[in-house]
Design a protein around this ligand. Structure first.
Ligand code: 3H9
Length: 652
């Protein structure tokens, strides 16, 4: 078979087989495939050649596959976005890509995409320009538009093509939530046309699709009808209502800009694509998008802190209270075999019951739930210690108790096992000082609720070396958490910066200011929850003890002090600064205020000041790490890029 003359490309491979099928493989430099400007320019040259070959009947069809195990395509190349944001570059670049995808769609020969692993953003937009999509139905396949998380929306024609393919309501839902769908769900929505069980069946199925000239069907009329006539305005308003519940337009403009675009053109997919450019360009260079990109790369950077190649299979947790029990459950959920130790079965059982609830919620299939239940074992005698790769202590915050526990463990440990404490308040050096090898003890500080908060502070004592810390970070990554390495110092990073912010707000309440107003102001600034509601959520007893430990003792006779003494500890007891019903704070009217966001800035200032102090003291290695740690640990406004970035930008 004589191969046609093809352009030289760095990101694509092409060959034609005896059936005149063209096999196009994307394999860009780096661990995942991305659509860089170079990859797109090369695809333009290839498509020109495909058009010629199709005209001369030398090509029966094209099958687009990925040459990487990691997946299909992870989207446009985000590292180019800062440079691309330039108004003099971006509109042309977008129109050029639109034209390219339209040419692929208009090829007279069938073009089929074979998808495994991640198919995201621009990758999905390319797949949607193909005539038919086959995807592997396994656990790794994830299909979606994560763009909103980057402060933009799909810009390579994905807005119009997804609406054409799955209908306006589902398409908008996918784009507005950024949710990544599994293969079955994507098939259910008609985002892909055919599923195969294994990756090695992709080529065969895609080949059949080309030879049979299969074409995907568009969304049925009853779905498209939702964008027709006056109904579209109604649907758009509903979407705005939903979007407002999740984010404010002034903080995250992208979802609202997408809904506006839908309202203008949602019944005409081509007009939607044409309108994409003007709506997209201002978003890409916005400060929200620039900061969200920074957050993306900073959180990617966290993955580099873990030592590569270390494997963890068994975890032993000591202490079956809320933290210990939930850490154990989380580890089991993420595939570890876990032994959970406490004095007796009575103390362990509630943790196992909570774990079951978590497994049922997170793992949809019964056999997966059963397997997770099997992986979590009660261990009143501590027989799991000698086998464990990681041992995490999460008992009461008492130095002597912790010292006694670690002292008793040291001789039973497997060589190389991680020895960790979840302490939030005791200096690591003091816990470690009686150990024969004090360098072995690190801190792994989880946050409550463990299943929801992504951050784990990996605490480094003065005894530790890089080896223990790298391993600790690798473990956090292995259980799907984001590690931030922090020096052992009171309050570490997150509690240290949160306390002055929360106590500052409490002080204002003591002086008679409205908790509702303060909370609303912090939310208007961009915090996920106000400081008073947060104090109630954390628990006033916990807040008081952390405050005391950080040298801000709660004044005797203050309202805070009285609430603690009366056992009104916040959400968990049904009353704190607020009354709580069914897990919701019962708030009164918020008094009017002329500059809510300005008040929010004032409230947040102590948090930002303290983040600066923490960096200056070397508790975290650099500003970027502090920013991402505070975002992950406190929910601090990601669209501002973190407290220090916000200060640099004069936003606080
Ligand atoms: C888009 O497509 C917009 C268009 O509609 C229009 C544009 C005009 N770009 O996370 P990993 C890097 S927006 C550049 O460790 P995993 C990543 O930084 C895009 N780089 O793997 C890391 O680099 P390094 C929409 C990217 O298996 C390396 O690849 N897409 C990109 O844990 C390995 O990544 C997204 O938002 C990218 N698009 O997770 C998806 N993707 O090794 C963004 C990855 O130097 N990506 N890298 O640190 C992800 O969410 C995860 O990477 C993914 C894999 C889930 C795919």
């Amino acid at each position: 078979m004589i191969q046609p003359q093809m352009p030289e490309t760095k990101n694509w491979r092409f060959h034609r087989d005896v059936e005149q099928l063209g096999w196009l493989t994307i394999d860009t430099p780096g661990p995942v495939n991305t659509l860089s400007r170079e990859a797109i320019a090369e695809l333009e040259l290839l498509v020109e050649r495909f058009e010629q070959l199709a005209r001369s009947n030398e090509l029966a069809g094209i099958i687009l596959l990925s040459g990487k195990d990691s997946g299909f395509i992870a989207g446009a190349d985000i590292s180019e976005f800062d440079a691309m944001s330039d108004f003099s570059v971006l509109p042309d670049a977008l129109r050029r890509t639109h034209a390219l995808l339209a040419r692929i769609e208009q090829l007279t020969i069938p073009v089929v995409a074979g998808i495994h692993g991640f198919c995201l953003g621009g990758g999905l937009e390319l797949a949607l320009a193909c005539h038919y999509r086959v995807a592997v139905n396994d656990d790794k396949t994830r299909i979606g538009f994560p763009e909103v998380g980057l402060g933009i929306f799909p810009g390579f024609g994905g807005t119009g093509r997804s609406i054409r393919q799955v209908g306006p309501v589902d398409a908008m839902q996918i784009m507005l939530t950024g949710k990544m769908l599994r293969a079955g769900a994507a098939r259910g929505l008609n985002l892909v046309d055919k599923l195969v069980r294994h990756r090695d069946m992709l080529r065969w199925e895609a080949r059949k699709a080309v030879l049979q000239k299969r074409r995907s069907s568009e969304a049925p009329f009853h779905k498209r009808a939702m964008a027709m006539g006056p109904l579209r305005g109604y649907v758009a308003n509903k979407m705005r209502e939903q979007a407002r519940k999740k984010a404010r337009q002034e903080h995250y403009p992208a979802p609202f800009a997408l809904i506006d675009l839908f309202e203008r053109h949602g019944d005409d997919w081509q007009a939607m694509i044409a309108g994409e450019v003007d709506a997209f360009v201002p978003l890409m260079g916005s400060s929200a998008a620039t900061n969200l990109r920074r957050v993306f790369f900073a959180s990617e950077g966290l993955k580099k802190q873990g030592t590569k190649g270390v494997r963890f299979a068994r975890v032993h947790v000591i202490g079956a209270g809320v933290m210990g029990g939930d850490i154990a459950a989380w580890c089991a959920l993420r595939g570890m075999s876990v032994t959970l130790q406490d004095l007796d079965m009575e103390r362990i059982k509630p943790a196992l019951d909570r774990a079951k609830k978590l497994f049922r919620k997170r793992l949809k299939k019964k056999h997966e739930v059963d397997a997770a239940v099997m992986r979590l074992e009660a261990d009143a005698t501590g027989k799991g210690v000698g086998r464990a790769d990681v041992i995490i202590e999460a008992v009461v915050e008492k130095l002597e108790v912790k010292q006694a526990i670690f002292g008793g463990l040291e001789d039973q440990l497997k060589p190389g096992a991680i020895l960790a404490t979840n302490t939030s308040s005791i200096e690591l050096e003091r816990i470690a000082e009686k150990l024969k090898q004090p360098e072995r003890l690190i801190g792994l500080h989880f946050f409550n609720p463990v299943a929801q908060l992504p951050l784990v502070e990996v605490i480094r004592s003065s005894f530790n070396t890089d080896a223990e810390i790298g391993k600790g970070a690798a473990f956090a990554l292995a259980i799907g958490k984001s590690p931030v390495v922090v020096k052992s110092a009171p309050g570490f990073l997150v509690n240290r910066v949160l306390m002055p912010y929360m106590l500052g707000a409490v002080e204002r309440v003591e002086r008679g200011e409205s908790p509702e107003l303060l909370d609303a102001a912090a939310v208007a600034f961009g915090m996920p929850m106000g400081p008073i509601e947060l104090m109630d959520t954390v628990g006033l007893d916990v807040g008081k003890s952390v405050a005391t430990e950080l040298g801000h003792a709660v004044p005797e006779g203050s309202r805070f002090d009285r609430l603690v003494k009366d056992g009104k500890l916040g959400r968990k007891t049904g009353e704190g600064f607020y009354k709580w019903v069914d897990g919701k704070a019962q708030k009164g009217e918020t008094p009017a205020h002329a500059d809510l966001a300005g008040l929010g800035r004032e409230l947040v200032k102590p948090l930002v000041d303290m983040t600066e102090v923490v960096v200056a003291e070397g508790v975290v290695a650099n500003e970027q790490l502090a920013d991402i740690g505070v975002i992950m640990g406190t929910g601090f406004a990601p669209f501002l890029g973190g407290p220090l970035k916000a200060r640099q930008d004069g936003r606080v």
